[in-house]
Design a protein around this ligand. Structure first.
Ligand code: GLN
Length: 516
């Protein structure tokens, strides 16, 4: 039996290859996320509210495209090629952000166009990369070793966050640079994006070199190759059954998609991405439920997945403030001295990664201990706890900012405490949600139900953008506007015309307001 030799070693070596690949990829993603909104506001002269909406929409699309990436892998390319393709696309996208951040000095318009292109490429890159690397972790374990999966995913989640930590350390250090008197070097962002691009290249090349040697069965057969060459049945999840939908239900789902999309867009005034994400999620959920082969029990289980997915939306909407409103607060309203060192604003979010790496293992030990005593809380309880914790984290911040006024500063320890509590919430909700879907989904609908679950994340991200945009404009431009005696929001909305002296005053403070 080819698995015998593997029994003693705890995890297959391939896990460490996937760990390393994902670590570099998350370095690129989260390092860029740390800088993106600050770059849009400071270099591309966008309003903070607009930057938030773009940020949320971008993240939402990053979690909508995995449907496509998963589908293409299953049908045509296999996991390996999709990971290489996704990694290459993301490295190119990040390089274009580097170009954008190098050219805004001569033309903000050109730089903005390059940024849109870059974000579009990253969205597709992520769609090819993310679902395939996660499903390869699952495929590394033959059926009789599936019990190792929980611990495999805990290790993998640490790899994700080790990467996030490194990215949020390096990219802010070289890309988010302020002088001693607090003036930002708006030309430094490019180095952060370049570092992200290099990290993605390192990850892709690591995977390219090591995959044939290590991401294999113990007898050396490749895992995740082209679908038609995939002969390693032992390593496949499935009874190879796929869902077969009737033409009528596909038609109804399509009509539902159009109606809901238009409703969200026109009647509720939401942006196109928002509408796209919500309409896709709901119509896909309908399509799955319309399948006549589902038994009563299967239906009930799918309802549980839908209910959990619905609540997950609010978690990610609150969580993803990290790269927008919480970064703006860290930038403009926070005393960031940490053990005597003034942290770059975009680095404050690093505490999420630090706490995940520190707490992932203790949390999984805690659940194990409770399980052995028969006291492990059920998954929906854990998820409710996750939601409660993220709510508490914002109460603490709300309490501490309420008396700050226009000039007061929040101590950075409160943001660190916020990230600590949020991370405890994330560890109750995020890994558990993924395995809950795995446990409840009928096999033949598993990928599609993961699709619904990821779209719920996407919906959360779109909402995150909208929530972030409510944050009132503050910060350097706000201060400068106050000194000049104009209302910043009116200026940004172009409701007032500035005199040449006023424009010059903004420019003197290195806060140009109008496109050159
Ligand atoms: N931080 C995790 C990651 O990047 C989880 C994100 C999510 O599931 N929405 O993979």
């Amino acid at each position: 039996d080819e698995f015998v030799e593997n029994k003693n070693s705890r995890h297959p070596k391939g896990l460490w290859v996937l760990f390393g690949t994902e670590m570099w990829e998350r370095f690129n993603f989260y390092g860029m996320r740390a800088l993106l909104t600050l770059f849009m506001v400071n270099s591309l002269l966008m309003k903070e509210a607009d930057a938030s909406i773009i940020y949320g929409g971008f993240l939402a699309l990053c979690y909508l495209t995995p449907m496509l990436g998963g589908f293409i892998a299953d049908r045509f390319l296999g996991n390996r090629y999709c990971i290489l393709l996704g990694g290459t696309l993301m490295a190119i996208g990040q390089f274009l952000l580097f170009i954008s951040a190098s050219t805004f000095g001569s033309s903000v318009g050109t730089a903005t166009t390059i940024m849109w292109t870059a974000l579009g490429i990253i969205i597709f890159g992520n769609g090819f990369f993310k679902p395939n690397i996660s499903s390869m972790v699952g495929s590394l374990y033959p059926k009789q070793e599936k019990s190792k999966l929980d611990s495999a995913f805990t290790i993998f989640y640490m790899g994700i966050n080790l990467g996030a930590f490194l990215g949020q350390l390096i990219c802010p250090l070289i890309g988010d640079v302020k002088s001693a008197d607090g003036i930002r070097d708006i030309h430094a962002f490019k180095w952060g994006f370049l570092a992200a691009s290099i990290a993605m290249m390192v990850g892709t090349i690591t995977f390219l070199i090591l995959k044939n040697k290590y991401v294999v069965t113990p007898t050396g057969r490749p895992i995740g190759g082209l679908p038609k060459h995939n002969t390693s049945e032992d390593f496949e999840e499935g009874e190879a059954q796929t869902a077969k939908f009737s033409t009528a239900s596909v038609g109804i789902a399509a009509v539902l998609f159009v109606i809901l999309g238009s409703l969200f867009h026109f009647a509720l005034g939401q942006n196109v991405i928002y509408s796209l994400v919500y309409a896709s999620g709901i119509s896909l959920a309908y399509l799955i439920m319309s399948d006549s082969s589902l038994t009563k029990i299967e239906r009930d289980r799918i309802w549980v997945i839908y209910i959990v997915s619905f609540f997950v939306i609010f978690f990610w909407a609150a969580f993803e403030q990290a790269g927008s409103s919480l970064t703006f607060i860290a930038d403009n309203q926070t005393d960031r001295h940490f053990f005597g060192w003034n942290m770059p604003p975009s680095m404050v979010q690093i505490f999420n990664g630090i706490f995940v790496v520190a707490l992932a293992v203790p949390f999984s030990i805690l659940w194990d201990k409770l399980r052995n005593r028969g006291k492990e809380p059920v998954s929906p309880f854990k998820q409710a706890l996750g939601l409660a914790l993220i709510a508490v984290s914002y109460f603490i911040i709300a309490h501490n900012v309420k008396d700050l006024g226009n000039h007061g500063l929040l101590a950075v320890k409160w943001l660190i405490l916020l990230y600590f509590i949020q991370t405890c919430g994330e560890l109750c909700l995020s890994p558990i949600g993924l395995s809950l879907v795995g446990k409840l989904a009928p096999k033949r609908f598993a990928s599609l139900l993961y699709g619904v679950f990821f779209i719920a994340n996407a919906a959360g991200y779109a909402l995150a953008g909208t929530l972030g945009s409510i944050l009132p404009a503050t910060g350097d431009k706000f201060e400068a506007a106050q000194k000049i005696g104009v209302n910043l929001q009116d200026v940004l909305d172009k409701k007032v015309v500035l005199t040449n002296d006023q424009v010059a005053a903004f420019e003197k403070a290195q806060l140009p307001l109008q496109n050159p």
